[in-house]
Design a protein around this ligand. Sequence first.
Ligand code: SAM
Ligand code: DTB
Ligand code: SF4
Length: 328
Amino acid sequence: MLACSTATASAPQASSESRHRWTVEEVLALYDLPLMDLIWRAQAVHREHFDANAIQRSTLLSVKTGGCSEDCGYCSQSARYQTDTERERLMPIDEVVAAAQAAKAKGASRFCMGAAWRGPKDGDLDKVLEMVREVKALGMQTCVTLGMLKDGQAGKLKEAGLDYYNHNLDTDKEFYGQVIKSHTHDDRIDTLEQVRDAGINVCSGGIIGMGESRKNRAALIVQLANLPKAPESVPINNLVPIPGTPMANNPRLDPFEFVRTIAAARIAMPGSWVRLSAGRQEMSDELQALCFLAGANSMFYGENLLTTSNPAMERDDALFARLGLKAV
Ligand code: SAM
Ligand code: DTB
Ligand code: SF4
């Protein structure tokens, strides 16, 4: 055990032989550590599993925007709220490939395509399969986030060469119904099972700053860490409040609580890539450095997320140079 661990925060680390099943109390005990002890511990775990100076970079593209049937209370793309997001049809394949080529040229290793669907219809899925094949042919890793999958769809994505499927648990099962009523936390788990069974890497994380408690945040981490296999990639999004949604006026979470969440995710999922996701635009360079120190080792690279903005690539490049980070 590491020197700074306390009796209340000394849950065993995961090993390939017998994985530790985390409890909410154990993760809450991590959150309760003095921040310096928590970061020190997270950084030590991080260094056991990763090169601490390497950050994976994915570029996102919204290939189908807005008009979504679902009622996710944070989302600019739900048809249920009056937001500034314009509805757009599924993008033509050549435009998607051109965007992927540009992302590759700028140094992104993975290209993530997002669609505002409850789930893909089979005809739409066929078009996405073609996008996956073409982006894969560029030599990039591929990722899609299309909502809930029906039987057989994950297998088709795998065949097309999909590397990662993003599908966030988003929040604690207990809090989920206060954010989303049009589908359930169990529906999300069901899709994650289909993705896992098809042999696709799982990308699943959540959003914080939605009015959940610290206990809800700890429970989300437990629900992710205790999946039959921890997700390979864990995006941690800070809520971007969208005018017109029920969360438009949510108060901003204490940035140190965000750092604590990154650190707790790193310790509970030592072998996963923890992604510093939405909300980075509003973060100072110093806060981002603290997130990397707490174990974040992945991020979205490119001017836009799906409908909101992300730091300019030049700003990220300068940050990498100042911190001595390398992109992988
Ligand atoms: N429709 C699909 C789904 O729900 O999985 C894919 C797209 S959805 C926009 C992808 C993820 O973006 C959500 O699960 C959520 O974690 C994140 N997200 C959406 N709006 C956000 C916001 N305003 N702030 C932070 N994260 C957000
Ligand atoms: C994830 O966890 N975050 C990304 C990606 N997966 C698809 C999306 C963030 C969206 C932020 C709000 C927007 O741009 O609409
Ligand atoms: Fe639709 Fe996904 Fe937005 Fe929910 S998060 S409204 S499912 S696009």
